[in-house]
Design a protein around this ligand. Structure first.
Ligand code: FAD
Ligand code: A2P
Length: 378
């Protein structure tokens, strides 16, 4: 049967929707896997959308690792949907917002060492509104001058409240601050900003900058798994995640129905130093299938070698389960707190990975590149 030229052209055009449709079906299968599960170490479009919130992320996200050894699984990346907005530097050091202290109370129980306070600032009147999301930090410029008569420089603090604030009215931000104290030549030295914050009274005005940070953002995916490794005040971002996931009033407000697994490893010197412990215990009771809470109380518990129990010792104890979770492309790991914990966690991961025949030194950068390994230590 013969076709004239017009019929051939029209016939070709009529196939275009079919070809586009097939393209999307193939693409969906590539990302979902034929059995409906995501392929190992790939990550979904929704995660990709969230990860693309960073300009630097955008620069590296689509680059596949160049060298692969047979022992290191390939962590795939996906293409680019539009990112949700993450506020950055709405207030800069030269033009900070003056917030008002709403409350300031100790988070420690009888018998604890040191001083750690929960401090809430009222942001009413900020224009533009000083908005932020879970995982970001703000800067605080302490009052007064340094030894050279210059205004103090800002210090960063991880935000400890969800974007809705502790009272859910969306007009406050809270911090979890440890007073820095150390001995030098027989004298006790108090950190400038942390002491200023721990001593501050409700009603006082405080210069606030930011928000900043895109490293510790939570994935949008309600089915994501989140492993959290925190020491001391490193719990601040984890508190925002856990409130967003499990605090009933916050859940109704945010409409985000977290259905994945969250596992918090928390390190503190004494039981009395555990921060927000009652809330986390309650979440574990109320959401036993979704939340696991493991504590390393360094000065009350011992590791297998008879030394202080640190979170890396707990990571080792649970390395099989943790690694199973990490193999799932929906799993993110967040680490926050003492800089000193990084080598210890790395060592634990090396051992856990090698038990599975995987080279951690190769896998970690891949996880980092896939935006599933998040670190903020100080
Ligand atoms: P400073 O007066 O600035 O003194 C600090 C200086 O003292 C150090 O630079 C060092 O030179 C010296 N020093 C410290 N320890 C010793 C020692 N043992 N011996 C001798 N010298 C010493 N802190 C929190 O409490 N909560 C948070 O949520 C939090 N989040 C942070 C998030 C980020 C991204 C970053 C970068 C830091 C965060 N910090 C947090 C730390 C915070 O920014 C300050 O560094 C901390 O509060 C100390 O500031 P300061 O002004 O009190 O101390
Ligand atoms: P320790 O101080 O007993 O050696 P905080 O900030 O409230 O002091 O809590 C920090 C927790 O982290 C403490 O339990 C502390 O133990 C622990 N810690 C100290 N150094 C490390 C490290 N290198 N790795 C992991 N945890 C650490």
């Amino acid at each position: 049967m013969a076709y004239n030229q017009t019929e051939v052209v029209l016939g070709g055009i009529a196939h275009i929707p079919l070809i586009i449709g097939m393209f999307y079906v193939v693409k969906a299968l590539m990302y979902r896997g034929v059995d409906g599960k995501l392929a190992p170490f790939s990550f979904s479009y929704r995660e990709a959308a969230q990860r693309r919130t960073s300009a630097t992320d955008t620069a590296t996200a689509d680059v596949k690792p160049k060298k692969q050894s047979p022992s290191a699984p390939v962590v795939e990346t996906a293409s680019k949907p539009t990112p949700p907005a993450v506020p950055i530097n709405l207030y800069k050091p030269k033009t900070p917002f003056e917030g008002t202290v709403q409350e300031n109370y100790s988070l420690l129980k009888e018998g604890a060492t040191g001083r750690v306070n929960h401090i809430t600032f009222d942001l009413s009147g900020s224009d533009p509104h000083l908005s932020y999301v879970e995982g970001q930090s703000i800067g605080i410029i302490p009052a007064g001058e340094d030894a050279n008569g210059k205004p103090h420089k800002l210090r960063l603090y991880s935000i400890a409240s969800t974007r809705h604030g502790d009272n859910l009215e969306g007009k406050t931000v809270s911090l979890c601050v440890r007073q820095l104290q150390y001995e030098k030549e027989g004298q006790t030295i108090n950190g400038v900003c942390s002491t200023y914050l721990c001593n501050i009274n409700p009603g006082a005005k405080v210069k606030i900058t930011g928000p900043v940070g895109k490293e510790m953002l939570l994935p949008e995916d309600e089915d994501a798994n989140v492993i959290m490794l925190a020491t001391g005040t490193g719990i601040a971002p984890m508190r925002t995640y856990l409130r967003r996931m499990f605090e009933p009033a916050e859940r109704s407000k945010n409409g985000w129905k977290f259905a994945g697994k969250a596992w918090l490893f928390m390190g503190a010197p004494h039981t009395a130093n555990l921060l927000y412990d009652d809330d986390f215990e309650r979440y574990q009771r109320d959401f036993p299938d979704n939340f696991h809470y493991t504590k390393a109380i360094s000065r009350e518990q011992q590791n297998l070698k008879g030394g202080r129990m640190y979170i890396q010792d707990r990571v080792m104890e649970h390395s099989d389960e943790i690694f199973k979770m990490i193999e799932n492309p929906k799993t993110h790991v967040y680490m926050c707190g003492l800089k000193g914990m990084e080598p210890g966690i790395d060592e634990a991961m090396v051992a856990a990975a090698s038990a599975k025949g995987i080279d951690w030194a190769e896998l970690r950068p891949q996880l980092k590149k896939a935006h599933r390994w998040h670190v903020e230590t100080y």
